[in-house]
Design a binder for this molecule. Structure first.
Ligand code: SME
Length: 156
């Protein structure tokens, strides 16, 4: 498919519904992980214009910064540290309405106010996390969780 994203206006669900098949198109036929994670981060950033969208990947006993869009970020996160490390430890999606109220939050950017972190699984085994940060409070809910999980399940 052409490497052009069609940006949709409307409510969150409408935006995801338009984005999902486009991401599927971008991933189809490509098996390289870095290429695919890069395009997912770019597509989400372009559609939603969040502050930061990116992946941390499990390498040995740490999460290491992977493909992302947004300001420079911390490169390594230990299991159980911050929102990302907690999502890894619990193997669960975490939605934080106000990062200042999350104990141990790692402030890569002082502009970050709310976030969602989702584990990425392959054949039932956690591989890393998707971290999405917003400069506004309480930007993420179960609609984001539902659609972002669908997108992560598309990674070949
Ligand atoms: N907010 C994350 C750290 C990573 S950055 O925000 C890009 C956390 O507390 O896990």
């Amino acid at each position: 498919m052409a490497e052009d994203l069609t940006i949709t206006k409307g409510d969150k669900k409408t935006q995801y519904e338009s984005l999902l098949p486009q991401i599927q198109g971008l991933l189809s036929g490509e098996t390289n992980l870095v290429a695919n994670l890069g395009n997912i981060a770019a597509a989400l950033k372009e559609q939603f214009n969040w502050l930061w969208v990116g992946f941390y990947w499990i390498i040995e006993d740490e999460l290491v910064l992977g493909p992302f869009q947004g300001p420079v970020a911390c490169t390594r996160i230990k299991k159980g540290r911050g929102v990302c490390g907690t999502s890894w430890e619990k193997e669960a999606t975490i939605i934080v309405d106000d990062v200042e109220k999350f104990p141990g939050h790692i402030a890569c950017s002082s502009s970050s106010k709310s976030e969602i972190v989702l584990p990425v699984f392959k054949e039932g085994k956690i591989q890393g996390v998707l971290d999405v940060d917003s400069s506004e409070l309480a930007q993420f809910d179960e609609v984001d969780q539902l659609y972002l999980e669908k997108i992560l399940a598309m990674i070949p």
